[in-house]
Design a protein around this ligand. Structure first.
Ligand SMILES: C[S@@+](CC[C@H](N)C(=O)[O-])C[C@H]1O[C@@H](n2cnc3c(N)ncnc32)[C@H](O)[C@@H]1O
Length: 341
């Protein structure tokens, strides 16, 4: 057994300082812009990660059930794709969270004696701790190297330390948190970091009844609202700001034409907030955009793969056909490296 969740990715105090500075810069840039916005990656401090795990268990949050359906019932197929010719490989998961779904694949790979090392990457150290302890209990023979940090930085780090074939998992429709142009750049960067023979397995949430989608981001018990407001509490905790979260409310909106589902925080009154010597003013009804959860159709997924130099070799859907896990591999004969555009 080798569960190394304190490897190169588990950052030391100097890196923590840089992370805090980056957080402060992103918060100030976002709140001084118009319209105001905050990057959704900052939801996931310890409290936010715990709230997200509650969201995954909500009846309205169909995304988890759909992807679980694929991983539970089609783990055999998934494992055949990723094991390919039975060569050893590294299974690198971007934004692994608590690994709820990936563990079905990991168990199947273990059952088939696949030669793989599991490398979960997550910006949230607390969720990596949860994942590390559960893997130690449930799959004690699995070799694990955890990386705490951002997707691309940690992926580059993981790739620089590995000379084996790579399979990258990116589940939970996390890719939908990127604006369409960022998403295309991200896939091009991914292609740049990988080599012929490497694979990617990405979860996408498909367009469906708009009411169904909106309910997933506006649950009756109010957990999603708490999750959204925790971002303001985190800014208070870490940047010594003075948001009064009760003076903001959660507001999700879905546009079925573009497929963009956005979450906002709405200022209930005119107010001002101090963050590190800067005063941020809010009008009554003014919004902060805190998250995009982009929905798409299967043609758009194939186009994205082709644009970024991948070939689609599999599209696995759940029984409702609400969610897709697409399997991509570097296009054969792809000699050139695609530049991020
Ligand atoms: C929506 S959750 C999904 C978790 C898991 N993939 C799943 O499907 O259950 C997003 C996860 O990605 C992590 N995350 C978000 N933005 C990130 C970033 N820029 N770099 C690394 N991890 C990130 C969060 O901490 C969280 O664990």
């Amino acid at each position: 057994m080798n569960v190394d969740m304190n490897g190169i990715g588990r950052i030391a105090s100097e890196v923590r300082k840089t992370t805090l500075l980056r957080f402060k810069k992103d918060v100030l840039d976002g709140l001084l812009a118009y319209p105001k916005q905050l990057p959704s990656k900052y939801f996931y401090d310890k409290k936010g990660s715990a709230l997200f795990r509650e969201i995954m268990a909500l009846p309205e949050y169909y995304l988890t059930d759909c992807e679980l359906d694929i991983f539970r019932n089609r783990a055999g197929e998934l494992s055949s794709f990723v094991m390919m010719d039975d060569t050893p490989f590294d299974l690198i998961e971007l934004g692994a969270g608590d690994g709820l779904k990936s563990k079905y694949l990991l168990r199947e790979l273990y059952r088939k004696s696949a030669k793989c090392i599991y490398m979960p990457i997550d910006i949230s150290g607390s969720v990596l701790d949860v994942l590390g302890s559960s893997l130690q209990r449930e799959l004690p023979e699995l070799e694990v190297q955890g990386f705490e940090g951002e997707y691309m930085e940690m992926l580059a780090e993981a790739c620089s330390r590995s000379n084996r074939r790579k399979v990258v998992l990116f589940l939970g429709a996390n890719i939908g948190n990127m604006e369409p142009h960022e998403c295309r750049d991200f896939c091009c960067q991914l292609q740049n970091l990988l080599s012929p023979g490497d694979m990617v397995l990405i979860g996408f949430d498909l367009k469906k009844n708009p009411q169904q989608i909106l309910r997933a981001y506006n649950d009756a018990s109010g957990v999603t609202s708490k999750f959204n407001l925790n971002l303001l509490e985190r800014i208070n905790r870490e940047l010594f700001a003075n948001f009064v979260p009760e003076q903001f409310e959660h507001y999700p909106m879905y546009d079925p034409i573009s497929g963009a589902c956005r979450s906002f925080l709405v200022s209930k009154r005119e107010q001002q907030v101090d963050i590190d010597g800067h005063t941020i003013r809010f009008g009554k009804g003014e919004v902060i955009c805190t998250e995009l959860s982009q929905k798409c159709d299967t043609a758009e997924i194939r186009q994205l793969a082709a644009y970024s130099g991948f070939e689609t070799i599999g599209m696995l859907t759940d029984s409702e056909a609400w969610f897709v896990d697409a399997i991509w591999k570097i296009r054969p004969g792809e000699q050139f490296k695609v530049e991020a555009r």
